[in-house]
Design a protein around this ligand. Structure first.
Ligand SMILES: CC(=O)SCCNC(=O)CCNC(=O)[C@H](O)C(C)(C)COP(=O)(O)OP(=O)(O)OC[C@H]1O[C@@H](n2cnc3c(N)ncnc32)[C@H](O)[C@@H]1OP(=O)(O)O
Ligand SMILES: CC(C)C(=O)C(=O)O
Ligand SMILES: [Mg+2]
Length: 552
C-alpha cells in the first residue's frame, strides 16, 4: 500500500544551529577531490571491475587530475587486494597521487588492509563503522559507548600497524550512516578517534562525514557540517571531508553547501555512479565551479571520451540528461531555444566575445570536446526555422531569406512529424533540395542563350510534357528577361520580390546558391538553385519558384 504514514523524519539537528554557510555565494576554491570510483563506485556495479579494468580506471582518474583516489576495499576480494599489489609492486602510483584503502573496524580486516599496502610510499587508511541509532539497535545491538569503542579500537590498531608497516600512512575515519546518527554523538566518536591518532598540522588526519543514505534537505546537512567544523578537536590538524550520496537527489547540493559550511575535501564518483542512487557526481561539482569562472583543478576537456571509456569499464550507461556529460545536455530540439542559440552563437562570432554568454547553453560544448555541428541543434517536430536555418547554414553554407526559412521550417517539421523521427542534417538538406531546387513538376528549362543588344534578350528551351519548346523574352537584366519570357509564354503574372545569392565556399570554384521569391495573388512562392555558375543557379531558382504557382 502506498502509505506515507509509514514514514517519519529520521535526521538529527546539531545542538546549535549555525548558518554562516548561507552567507557565502558559491564554491570559489576547489576542495581536495577524492575519487571513490574504484571503491564505492565499484561496489555499486552488478559485475565489479576486474583487475585490468581497475588499472585502466586508475589511469583515467590520474589523467583527469585526481590527487587522492580510494582504490579498493582490499579485504573484500583477491582482485581488490591484487590491485594494490600491482600498483605498488610496479611503481604505478604517480608521486603526487595518494591512494586510499578502506577497512571495517575489525581486526582481521584491518590486518589484511595493511598487508595490501605494504611498500606503498604513501597511503590513506580509511577506517569506518556504522554509528546510526538504527544500526546500533538493529544490527550491532550495542550501546553508544560500545559502538564508540569499535571505532577507538580500530583507530588504535590502525595506528599500531601503520607504525609497523612504515611508509607515509595517513588516517581517515568515517562515522558511517551519519545521517541517522545524533550529530553530537558522531562528533564525540570522531574526536575520540582523533585523540588516538593525535594528528598534527604537518600530517593531518581526515574526518569524513558521509550522507551514507541521504535523509534530509541539503541545508540540514550543511548545518551539521558547520557544527562539526566548529567543534572538531585538532581542527588545524584535520581535513574535514564530506561524502554525499544522492538518495533524495540532492547529492550535488549537499556537497556544495557542505563545502560552504567548512568541508575542505569532497569524495564522490564520476557521473555519480555509486550505490543505490549514486555518490555525488564530481564532474557536476567541478563543472559548476568552472561555469562560474573558477578553476576546478580537474580536467574534463575530453569529457565525451572519458564517458565512453567509463561506460565501457563499468558496463554502465550515463544518462543522456546527466549534467554536463549526458549525450543530450547541449542539445536543443525546441524551436525557440534553437532560435536563441543560433542567434547567440552568431552574436558571439560577430562581436568576438571572450566570455561565454550563449542562451540556453551554460558552458561552451567545445570546452568538453563536444561538437557544435552535431550536438547543439537537432531537428524534430518541435523545432523551428532558427534551428533548421542553422543546420542548413552550418552544414551546407545555405542561407535562406527570412520568409523562405520560415516556410522551409514548417516543411521540415511536417516531415519529422509525419515520420515521427529526428531528422539528420542530410535529411533536412534533402527536404530543401526536393522542395526548392529539384522542383519542376510542370516544366524545366534545359537551355538558354542570352544576346545583349541594348536590352537583354533570351532564348529559353523548355521541357514540358516531354516536348522541347523554344520561347523568347527580353528585360532590363538577364533574370528579368528569363522571367518575362516565362510570364509571357504561360500567360501568368507575378512579381519577382526577393533575389538573394551567395557563394557556398571560399574558393573561386565553389558553388553558388540563389534563392528567389515571387509573389502571385498575395502569396509568396520560393525556389532555389545551386550551381558553380550563378546565372544557372538563379534560373534554376526562378524556374522552381514559377513551378510552385498553382496555375499549371
Ligand atoms: C557505506 C559503505 O559503502 S561501507 C563499505 C561497504 N562495502 C563493502 O562491504 C564491500 C566489501 N565488503 C566485503 O567484501 C565483506 O563485507 C567483508 C569481506 C569486508 C566482510 O565480510 P564478512 O565478514 O563475511 O561479513 P560482513 O561484511 O557481512 O560483516 C558483518 C559483520 O561485521 C560487522 N561490521 C560490519 N561493518 C563493520 C565495521 N565497519 N566495523 C566493525 N564491524 C563491522 C557487523 O556487525 C557483522 O558482525 P557479526 O559478524 O558479529 O554479525
Ligand atoms: C564508508 C563510507 C564513507 C561510505 O561509503 C558511506 O558512508 O557512504
Ligand atoms: Mg558511500
Amino acid at each position: 500500500m502506498f502509505n506515507y504514514q509509514k514514514y517519519e523524519k529520521k535526521y538529527y539537528l546539531p545542538p546549535t544551529l549555525s548558518y554562516d554557510w548561507v552567507k557565502k555565494e558559491t564554491v570559489e576554491k576547489a576542495p581536495i577531490w577524492c575519487s571513490v570510483d574504484l571503491r564505492d563506485g565499484n561496489q555499486a556495479l552488478p559485475i565489479p571491475m576486474n583487475l585490468e579494468e581497475k588499472l585502466e580506471m586508475f589511469q583515467l582518474l590520474v589523467d583527469i587530475g585526481f590527487k587522492e583516489i580510494e582504490v579498493a576495499f582490499p579485504a573484500a576480494s583477491d582482485t581488490e587486494f591484487n590491485l594494490l599489489r600491482t600498483l605498488i609492486d610496479n611503481n604505478m602510483i604517480p608521486d603526487d597521487v595518494t591512494i586510499m584503502v578502506i577497512t571495517q573496524a575489525r581486526e582481521h580486516i584491518i590486518r589484511r588492509t595493511f598487508e595490501a599496502i605494504q611498500g606503498a610510499p604513501k597511503a590513506i587508511v580509511h577506517l569506518y563503522n556504522s554509528t546510526s541509532e538504527a544500526q546500533r539497535r538493529q544490527v550491532f545491538k550495542k550501546t553508544k559507548e560500545e559502538i564508540k569503542q569499535i571505532a577507538v579500537d580500530g583507530a588504535i590498531l590502525v595506528k599500531e600497524l601503520a607504525e609497523e608497516t612504515g611508509g607515509d600512512i595517513y588516517f581517515q575515519y568515517s562515522p558511517e550512516s551519519f545521517p541517522g546518527t545524533e550529530v553530537e554523538y558522531a562528533l564525540d566518536i570522531c574526536n575520540s578517534v582523533l585523540d588516538i591518532w593525535k594528528p598534527i598540522p604537518e600530517h593531518k588526519a581526515i574526518i569524513n562525514i558521509p550522507t551514507t543514505v541521504e535523509n534530509a534537505m541539503p541545508h540540514i546537512y550543511a548545518s551539521q557540517i558547520e557544527y562539526i567544523h566548529k567543534n572538531l578537536s585538532y581542527r588545524e590538524a584535520v581535513t574535514l571531508s564530506i561524502h554525499p550520496h544522492n538518495d533524495r537527489g540532492c547529492g550535488v547540493s549537499d556537497a556544495e553547501f557542505g563545502v560552504l559550511a567548512g568541508a575542505e575535501r569532497v569524495e564522490g564518483t564520476l557521473f555519480g555512479i555509486g550505490e543505490r542512487t549514486g555518490n555525488v557526481d564530481l564532474i557536476t561539482l567541478a563543472m559548476n565551479m568552472y561555469s562560474q569562472g573558477y578553476d576546478p583543478e580537474l580536467n574534463f576537456s575530453n569529457l565525451d571520451a572519458i564517458r565512453k571509456k567509463y561506460e565501457g569499464l563499468t558496463r554502465t550507461t550515463v544518462h543522456e540528461r546527466q549534467p554536463y556529460s549526458g549525450d543530450l545536455v547541449f542539445t536543443a530540439f525546441s524551436g525557440s531555444h534553437q532560435d536563441a542559440i543560433s542567434k547567440g552563437m552568431k552574436y558571439r562570432r560577430e562581436n568576438k566575445l571572450e566570455k561565454w554568454d550563449v542562451p540556453y547553453i551554460p558552458v561552451d560544448p567545445a570546452d568538453l570536446g563536444r561538437n557544435y555541428q552535431t550536438d547543439v541543434i537537432r531537428i524534430n517536430s518541435q523545432s523551428g526555422k532558427g534551428g533548421i536555418g542553422y543546420i542548413l547554414e552550418s552544414n551546407y553554407g545555405i542561407k535562406l531569406p527570412y520568409k523562405m526559412n520560415e516556410e522551409m521550417g514548417y516543411l521540415t517539421k511536417k516531415v519529422s512529424d509525419e515520420t515521427n523521427k529526428e531528422l539528420s542534417a542530410e535529411e533536412i538538406y534533402l527536404v530543401f533540395i526536393d522542395h526548392y531546387v529539384d522542383y519542376y513538376p510542370s516544366f524545366q528549362v534545359v537551355d538558354y542563350q542570352f544576346n545583349k543588344n541594348g536590352e537583354q534578350k533570351v532564348t529559353l528551351t523548355l521541357l514540358k510534357d516531354n516536348q522541347q519548346i523554344e520561347i523568347h523574352g527580353k528585360g532590363t537584366g538577364s533574370l528579368d528577361a528569363v522571367s518575362n519570357a516565362l510570364q509571357e509564354y504561360f500567360g501568368i503574372d507575378y512579381n519577382l520580390e526577393v533575389y538573394e545569392q551567395h557563394s557556398l565556399g571560399k574558393s573561386s570554384l565553389a558553388e553558388a546558391s540563389a534563392q528567389i521569391g515571387i509573389s502571385h495573388q498575395g502569396r509568396m512562392y520560393w525556389g532555389a538553385g545551386i550551381n558553380q555558375d550563378i546565372m544557372k543557379a538563379s534560373v534554376q531558382a526562378l524556374v522552381a519558384a514559377v513551378n510552385k504557382l498553382e496555375v499549371f
